[in-house]
Design a protein around this ligand. Structure first.
Ligand code: GLU
Ligand code: MG
Length: 436
């Protein structure tokens, strides 16, 4: 007997979850036209499956339309039969983009950036995660032994990534307990975000097969090391000419890249709720966590929200490798939404013709409040509630997404906050560990 092959058609939603429906693989061709039925209220389902108070109720119909360019299928490989995934766009029944479709939101942000600057983004997502069940002694940080302890998983992951076209870059035994990192080569922004959605699913699946439980939760326990998502970005012109680097600039940033970085920094406190969208995300965004605590642009500083990254200057291809990295993101965020917010902020920087602010090279946590204010640097919101308030109050950021999406986003997150409020700290961390 041959089992029917199922393929999952899905989208990464506001909760940062990959949700959708499975269909027989044989029906995929037809579903490319018809889509797979979907419901507006699904956008309000939180990472804990509670449902925010939204405008749609039981009404309305949508479809997820699979994008064959975003097909990730391991069925050709023995023992991997189950992993068949196609990502898609959520559309209304007339084929229009749905207001809360995270992928369409990203596309329109990228279009705006392109319209205003003539530039396209090359992007690479870095993901950190932890493997519960590995139970290794302390001393594994970056160590060969630590790597070998899960090499079976790592090798299978890299093999699968190659098969799926995810272009693996590095696999790292990271610093934290049972913590790892996987990075991919840069590609265009939409594809990179698809890959971010796929890699999370793939890591979880392969970890399960090896008897581990992978979690991408922003922080697994109070005072523990964070699991970040770092988004590396560079600019290219339409003909592919790299445009991020200017050898004559003191920090290497070209003028357009400087304006865009300025936009990212200026608006970060107002859109942080989309990058760090869980209640516990804010336990990661503290000084000395190698994440981000201020809205600063830092020169080769791993605590800067926006890091001007190092390149090997002996390389003859500095211009195409030069990049900036946004570090204030975690995997509770949809990769599409996080990148959409960043791309809009970059576009805003161009539109407002913002000059590059001071590039920092010091520990900002040692500066007084008044000094920071004088230097136009702010501490990022320290709770999800205050990040949501900033989002709510920002007509600029709300304007990027429109009121309908902004209201749905807030209602969704309020439901998550209410759910968490019923649990103590230890339970809250456990719940997030399990859901992400
Ligand atoms: N774990 C840190 C974070 O939460 C990042 C460490 C690093 O790779 O620099 O973002
Ligand atoms: Mg790392």
């Amino acid at each position: 007997m041959t089992l029917p092959e199922l393929i999952f058609v899905g989208t990464t939603d506001i909760a940062g979850k990959l949700r959708g429906k499975a269909i027989p693989a044989s029906a995929l061709e037809q579903r490319r036209k018809d889509g797979v039925g979907w419901v507006p209220t699904n956008a309000l389902i939180t990472c804990f499956d509670t449902i925010g108070d939204g405008p749609y109720g039981s009404f309305g119909d949508l479809v997820i339309v699979p994008d064959m360019e975003a097909q990730y299928d391991l069925s050709g490989r023995e023992g991997h039969g189950g992993f068949r995934l196609v990502l898609g766009d959520v559309r209304d029944l007339n084929g229009g983009n749905w207001t809360c479709c995270t992928r369409s939101i990203l596309r329109s942000a990228l279009d705006r950036l392109h319209r205003l600057s003539g530039m396209q983004l090359q992007v690479s997502f870095e993901h950190e995660f932890q493997l519960a069940g590995l139970s290794r002694p302390a001393g594994d940080a970056f160590a060969f032994e630590g790597f070998r302890a899960c090499a079976g998983f790592a090798e299978e992951l890299l093999f699968a990534m190659n098969q799926l076209g995810l272009e693996p870059d590095q696999f790292i035994r990271e610093y934290g307990p049972d913590q790892f990192e996987v990075t991919m080569c840069p590609t265009n922004a939409l594809r990179a975000s698809d890959r971010a959605a796929a890699i999370r699913a793939l890591v979880r699946e392969l970890a399960r097969r090896h008897g581990y439980n992978a979690t991408f939760s922003p922080v697994v326990a109070p005072d523990s090391v964070g699991n970040g998502v770092h988004i590396h970005m560079s600019l290219i012109q339409d003909d592919g000419t790299p445009a991020t680097y200017d050898a004559a600039s003191p920090n290497g940033l070209s003028e357009p890249a400087g304006r865009m970085a300025a936009g990212i920094a200026k608006y970060l406190p107002e859109y942080l709720a989309l990058l760090a969208p869980s209640v516990i995300s804010y336990a990661r965004l503290t000084p000395h966590s190698w994440s981000a605590a201020f809205n600063n642009i830092g020169y080769r500083d791993r605590e800067a929200a926006i890091r001007i990254c190092p390149v090997n200057f002996a390389d003859d291809d500095v211009a195409s490798k030069f990049n900036i990295e946004v570090r204030a993101v975690d995997a509770a965020a949809s990769p599409y939404l996080a990148l959409a917010a960043i791309a809009h902020a970059m576009a805003q920087g161009v539109e407002e013709n913002l000059p590059l602010p001071e590039v920092t090279e010091e520990d900002l946590s040692l500066c007084s409040q008044s000094e920071l204010e004088a230097r136009n640097i702010s501490r990022l919101p320290q709770t999800l509630v205050s990040a949501l308030e900033r989002f709510e109050q920002s007509s600029t950021v709300r304007g990027w997404f429109g009121d309908e999406f902004a209201d749905v986003y807030r209602a969704h997150k309020e439901s998550e906050i209410e759910f968490v409020a019923e649990h103590d700290d230890a339970e809250t961390y456990r719940l997030y560990r399990e859901t992400y």
